[in-house]
Design a protein around this ligand. Sequence first.
Ligand SMILES: [Ca+2]
Ligand SMILES: [Ca+2]
Length: 227
Amino acid sequence: MRTQVNKNLLACATLAAVMLAPVVAQQGPDKEELKLQLPKPMFIGTPTNIKSPNLEPITGKPRGPFLVPKGTKLLCLNKPVKSSDMQPVIGELSMITDGEKEGGDGYFIELGPGKQWVQIDLGASYALHAILVWHYHSQARVYRDVVVQVSDDKDFLKGVTTVFNNDHDNSSGLGIGRDKEYVEVAEGRLIDPKGTKGRYVRLYSSGNTTNDLNHYVEVEVYGTPML
Ligand SMILES: [Ca+2]
Ligand SMILES: [Ca+2]
């Protein structure tokens, strides 16, 4: 009888080990879930009226957990921001890194029409593990030609790595992008820079499905110090 119990215990333990193994393998010993503070949603439901040739399927589901190397930190809080439009129509460039992510009036900045960029100076070079972007989330919109680049060159003339590009027809002239367009939501867009190293993060856009202006509520850059 005792032998039977032990066999059952062994079977259970083996089953548990098999079930746990994929989770451990996926997380790895040096990874942890990126913890985010998300603003409250401003609209509910799945938008159906947005038409775009390069739009990803709209699921309405929240993003799953995202794993980053242990020790990954928010790098950009209150770091300086410059832009192709240094005098926003609404708001101040500093609002892009002020930690405020609510969707309502008073929380977003508005840049001029057409192709514009904003650029965050992290103050030093880091290995980057997540970039989150909130353009505008009080209304379902798609921003056009979203391109995100990382460099150690403040002028982005050399050593530039493109970590996201959904300009499928190269209308912004930065190269053909393979990423999909997406609808802005309160959880923001998480871009995986896959450890790309750099001091400066530059984000392009070129209008949106509501108007030809460019908006930002917040950008967050997460990474680890260079070894
Ligand atoms: Ca903000
Ligand atoms: Ca385009």
